[in-house]
Design a protein. Structure first.
Length: 196
């Protein structure tokens, strides 16, 4: 049986991937369109045939990531699992995104402050909404006696900050495997929530 041909990334997708890597490494403000064009291997003028501005690139990265996270959250919310099962699925998804799509997730988590209006307000609103929905799953678990009595919004902030710390795992010279990282993080965070 012949192998299916791997879909070739479009020039725009390539630009977004390279931009995410540069924004993570140098920061959005310090990355120029000229730097990006050089990294992609095209003339700066040609870059504008694929993308209008650096801000458009940041918008695309941030909102693509947000859409992926929201779609996953909606799937988990509607599942028949108990609260602990839903939170475990959410955490696994977050961890895997941080491992497998690190640059894009990092940029959407750290560089979104450079978005221009109306995108900035929209993105802030989506972040708040996401955290509220995550907290609602924890509160549901508290109500059902599956999760200890804790402040759900604080728990969400702690969990999300812990996951964003995977950045240090990426930089580590002697790191455990991605699978071990996921299992260790799950054990610590889920056991901290679960009602004994």
């Amino acid at each position: 049986m012949a192998k299916a041909a791997r879909k070739k990334a479009s020039k725009k997708e390539l630009i977004l991937r390279r931009a995410a890597a540069m924004f993570r490494e140098k920061g959005f403000a310090a990355t120029s369109m000229r730097d990006l064009a050089e990294t992609v291997g095209i003339e700066a003028a040609s870059l504008y045939n694929h993308i209008r501005s650096k801000n458009e690139i940041l918008e695309a990265i941030c909102f693509d990531v947000a859409n992926i996270f929201f779609t996953n959250l909606e799937t988990i919310e509607s599942s028949s699992k108990n609260s602990i099962g839903k939170i475990e699925d959410l955490l696994r998804f977050h961890i895997r995104q941080m491992v497998e799509n690190y640059e894009e997730v990092y940029v959407s988590d750290r560089e979104w402050k450079h978005l221009e209006e109306p995108y900035l307000s929209n993105f802030q609103s989506q972040r708040r909404n996401y955290r509220k929905k995550f907290a609602a799953i924890i509160n549901e678990g508290i109500d059902k006696n599956e999760i200890r009595k804790i402040d759900a919004p604080t728990a969400v902030l702690i969990i999300l900050h812990a996951i964003s710390g995977i950045e240090s795992w990426h930089r580590s010279k002697a790191k455990i495997s991605a699978e071990e990282l996921e299992e260790n993080m799950l054990k610590i965070m889920i056991d901290g929530l679960r009602k004994p």
